[in-house]
Design a protein around this ligand. Structure first.
Ligand code: SF4
Ligand code: SF4
Ligand code: FES
Length: 781
């Protein structure tokens, strides 16, 4: 048996003990505080958190304990002591000693705690308030002056600290160190002066900092963008799902008078546990942006968009789409139900398979890969993996909860992580990953060099693998030969659902191969269609470059595809489904306003293929989900798709189920020839940082304050060649344009240079016309 099997599959010994007179049996190692919870006994606590290592910092959870008749001389912290055979525990409910001890601790905590409750964000949902009422003394005996600190201290642009409210529970510091691997905050000083602080030379720019605000048991840490905005009892809370990435976080959305005021991580032990990232938590102002499209619009004879009634806009769109050649571009923001609507609309209303959700670099190799290779990996597989391989995938930037899940196993079991990339990013370094240093474009050889994978290994392939011809074929081969589990990680939340809904040119809903007659019959039967279009449709770039007369566009930014996509699309009849005015509405003939996630019901599908359902958080919104409008438009065209509601779309999609027939074999794509670069040239490596200029982060200044600085990453030998030192300006250019940024010297492949893909000062499609797999010139600026 391997070490991993020992640690994940050994039998668990059960222990029986007595708490407040009741017997309880729990796995060996269970803490007394958890065993009491099993009996429904609530012991007050501040520092205890089920997902953090015990600290015994606050002493609020004191209980009386005896083992085999021998009593501890003093009350003990129930959050640090595991149950033992023969243990008898008396909590505050049955032991006057424990009760007095807890009241004493509470009294000490309140000595220096300010009387801030009426103005504190935590007031109304504060464990200190609640437990002071349930387990504290009714009156204080303290008559001195309370300690005061300057307040608040900004420990980052997103998180404020009121030090005098802190109960020194060390939840924030333990989270940052144990869960996120970002130990940028710490407890400074000792005794009465002890306080949370940041390091002088390292900012608290963790991607996960909002979790510290959420788990702080008092109002010591508050979110800058929520501070003083609302009281908890003014808010209506709705369980929701994050729309930003494929990690699939459960969320809670808190709304006041129709406006989202904050979002919190929801609990789902199989997905995000109790955490989320700062983008999911704090990027939601786009919902109320001034440039929201609120009414249907039609372009008039002067070329101006004019407000129109729904019947007028539907008639205008239908007129432009009837009896013409057409395609559909589906953006990454769509829900599963909306994607299903687009998929059915293309086939039934437009009679075409010209539909693609991939608003980014893509290839036919990727379509073959997605059609042929089952995506089997889950978060649980990461928990048990013997080896996690990252291929063109930076989990901390591109799917942050996957990063946390791998990091957890790295901390717990030191699992092996390998990363194929040009250099070890900050995330890779935290994962202690074995870097297979590779120039962009040369990944195929690196993938082929991976050995020792087993059925317990997990290979996580990022969507950027498509940028190197042959990389997905090589990945499929190592999966097939080793039996390792495959995770394919698109960056956007809607892509997995769109794939499953058949919003691609070669697959029908439920991953049914278009070229399989019985798969087509399945779908035609559900849809009540006599037949479906049979020929493989066009991809996104083919639709853009084609002479199709019309394109329906559901929230796509043409600058995510190519620099000239907008110009090419402007020659077609465009029907746009948009949240806000955009490059596409500028060229559209008809624009339909659509709902954001808080204004509609629906679901996303996370990278595991798990549905993440959510309900509308804002009931009074008049905005409609894409699928409802598509259904009206199909009626107007005279080819109904009969999906008048999100529920109807969901029920119909779920009734179809997944294809269990044969999948097409992967048609291996050969790798392209590896070029060489001259001394002043480099292969361009890039990915999108989590916090960047993405349109769903517009207007979030506090969030942007912790975005990583835009830099050019070069190797030491290139730095020597250019005679530059760290922070000197370096210019990366090609015939299209240039990017000039301070440089950082890292252990990067000598023939490569790395830039952020869409950050301040480095928006590669705009600045260079390319995002990767391209040769650029590098010079001292
Ligand atoms: S700031 Fe909050 S979470 Fe951090 S130690 Fe103080 S009370 Fe605990
Ligand atoms: S990890 Fe992804 S799904 Fe979770 S909160 Fe962040 S952006 Fe949203
Ligand atoms: S909850 Fe037990 S010591 Fe803090």
């Amino acid at each position: 048996m391997s070490i991993q099997e020992l640690s994940t599959e050994q039998e668990v010994e059960m222990i029986t003990c007595v708490i407040d007179g009741f017997e309880v049996t729990v796995p060996k190692g269970t803490l007394v505080i958890r065993a009491a919870e099993k009996l429904g006994i609530q012991i007050p606590r501040f520092c205890d958190h089920p997902l953090l290592e015990p600290a015994g910092a606050c002493r609020q959870c004191l209980v009386d304990i005896e083992i085999n008749g021998r009593a501890f001389p003093k009350p003990q912290a129930s959050c640090t002591i595991p149950v033992e055979k023969g243990m008898v525990v008396k909590t505050q409910l049955t032991s006057p000693v424990a009760d007095k001890a807890q009241k004493g601790i509470m009294e000490l905590l309140l000595i220096n705690h300010p009387l801030d409750c009426p103005v504190c964000d935590k007031g109304g949902e504060c464990p200190l308030q609640n437990q002071a009422m349930s387990n504290g003394r009714a009156e204080s005996r303290f008559e001195g002056e309370k300690r005061v600190f300057e307040k608040p201290v900004a420990i980052s642009s997103q998180v404020l600290l009121d030090r005098e409210r802190c109960v020194l529970c060390a939840r924030c510091t333990r989270f940052s160190e144990q869960i996120a691997g970002d130990p940028f905050i710490t407890l400074n000083e000792r005794g009465a002066l002890q306080q949370v602080g940041i390091y002088e030379d390292e900012p608290f720019d963790s991607y996960y900092s909002g979790n510290t605000v959420q788990i702080c048991p008092v109002g010591a840490l508050t979110g800058t963008s929520y501070r003083f905005r609302a009281r908890p009892f003014d808010l209506v809370s709705t369980n929701s799902a994050c729309e930003h990435c494929a990690s699939g976080c459960a969320m809670r959305t808190d709304v006041r008078r129709g406006k989202t005021l904050r979002r919190l991580a929801g609990e789902d032990s199989e997905v995000n546990e109790e955490w989320n990232c700062d983008k999911g938590r704090w990027a939601f102002k786009y919902e109320v942006a001034k440039n929201r499209v609120t009414k249907p619009l039609i372009r008039d004879e002067n070329g101006l968009l004019q407000e129109a009634s729904w019947p007028e806009a539907l008639a205008a769109a239908a007129a432009g789409l009837k009896n013409v050649t057409a395609g559909v571009l589906v953006g990454g923001r769509v829900t599963v139900e909306d994607a299903y609507g687009y998929s059915k609309f293309a086939r039934v209303a437009l009679n075409t398979n010209n539909i693609d959700f991939r608003a980014r670099t893509h290839s036919s190799e990727e379509l073959d890969f997605l059609a042929s290779t089952p995506i089997t990996a889950t978060y649980k597989d990461i928990d048990k993996a013997d080896h996690v391989v990252l291929i063109n995938f930076e989990p901390e930037d591109e799917s942050p909860i996957i990063f946390l899940r791998i990091y957890k196993q790295v901390k717990k079991r030191a699992i092996k992580v390998s990363s194929i990339a040009a250099f070890a990013s900050r995330g890779s370094q935290k994962l202690n990953a074995n870097l297979i240093k590779t120039a962009t474009g040369a990944e195929v050889a690196a993938i082929n060099s991976i050995t020792g994978l087993s059925s317990k290994s997990v290979v996580l392939v990022g969507e950027r693998a498509v940028e190197t011809p042959g990389a997905l074929s090589a990945a499929a081969k190592i999966i097939a030969t080793s039996g390792a589990k495959l995770g394919w990680i698109p960056r956007r939340a809607g892509e997995m659902g769109a794939l499953s809904a058949g919003a691609v040119p070669n697959l029908l809903p439920g991953n049914r191969p278009l070229d399989n007659a019985s798969a087509r019959v399945d779908i035609a039967t559900v849809w009540g269609s006599e037949s479906l279009p049979t020929s493989t449709g066009m991809s996104t770039i083919e639709i853009i470059n084609s002479d199709l007369q019309a394109v329906v566009v559901g929230g796509v930014d043409p600058m995510d595809i190519s620099p000239d996509a907008k110009v090419k699309l402007s020659k077609k009849f465009i029907v746009s489904f948009e949240i806000r005015h955009s490059d596409i509405t500028e060229i559209a003939q008809v624009v339909f306003p659509v709902a954001t996630v808080v204004e509609k019901n629906g679901s996303f599908m996370d990278w595991q293929g798990k549905a993440r359902k959510f309900e509308s958080a804002v009931d009074q919104s008049l905005n409609r989900s894409d699928v409802r409008i598509l259904s009206m438009l199909a009626d107007e065209i005279g080819k109904p798709i009969n999906l008048p509601t999100v529920k109807a779309a969901r029920n119909e999609f779920e009734s179809i189920g997944n294809w269990d027939g044969e999948r097409a074999a992967m048609k291996a794509t050969a790798s392209s020839e590896i070029k060489s670069v001259k001394a002043d040239e480099a292969f361009l490596s890039s990915w999108r940082n989590l916090l960047d200029k993405g349109s769903l982060q517009d207007g979030e200044e506090n969030l942007a304050g912790t975005a990583r600085q835009s830099v050019v990453v070069i190797s030491q030998s290139r730095a020597n060649l250019l005679s530059v030192k760290e922070s000197d300006l370096v210019r990366v250019s090609n015939d299209y344009g240039a990017v000039t940024l301070p440089c950082v010297i890292e252990d990067i492949d000598d023939s490569s240079v790395h830039l952020p893909r869409n950050s301040i000062g480095s928006q590669l499609f705009r600045n260079l016309g390319v995002v990767s797999n391209s040769i650029v010139k590098v010079a001292k600026a």
